[in-house]
Design a protein. Sequence first.
Length: 238
Amino acid sequence: MTHNKIFILATAAILSVASISCSKDDDDSKQEDVNTNAGKAVAIGGTVGDIVDLGLSVKWANQNLGASSEEDFGKYFVFGETEPKANYTWATYKWGQADALTKYQLSSIDSSVGNGLRTLELSDDAARVNWGGRWRTPTQNEIIELIEKTTWTWKKVNGVNGHEIVGPNGNSIFIPAAGYQNGTETYSVGTKIILLSSTLFGWTTYDDIEYVSIGSGFAPQWSLNDRQWGRTIRPVWD
């Protein structure tokens, strides 16, 4: 009888430990899906944004990376770099020069450079590095989805030009027309929204990395330009 009691107690203890372990794993899994950093200050500037569900394949942030509010421009970033800087030129680009890239190059001349990487690794993704959680820079397809499956309206928020974007479920975000940075100058402020994507187009010195909306009279469209320019990032959560 004593041996039976010991066996029963030991079995119960094992089941209890297993139950606690499973509960912890479940809690960790749930924790990964919670934006626990929302509102916290970020070293590069601004705060971590909130998640907005627009009814799309991924959820979008309510503000730009480096911003403190929806109308705040935030910071400007270069493809593959995780911090803003004072001068946006090839001379300051982390991954080489236009004719000698060391990573993220898909050239017809040498497709082996950079291991043929087409999408940013998370260690080079400014959104993930600075906001943590499951935030990252959107891919080209995710920005295309944002363009094609939502309604865009040009408006002002607290005196700042931009687009209000309403999803199929009725929720919305506002993206300010922050323009872009070339060298030490900022261009197209108040007239263009230019968002960085995490996806290469495939040329040597160009990336399919920007979405441009010009004023209120133009439809959203893709455009290509030099990789070394600084652009804003609107993170996504998946």
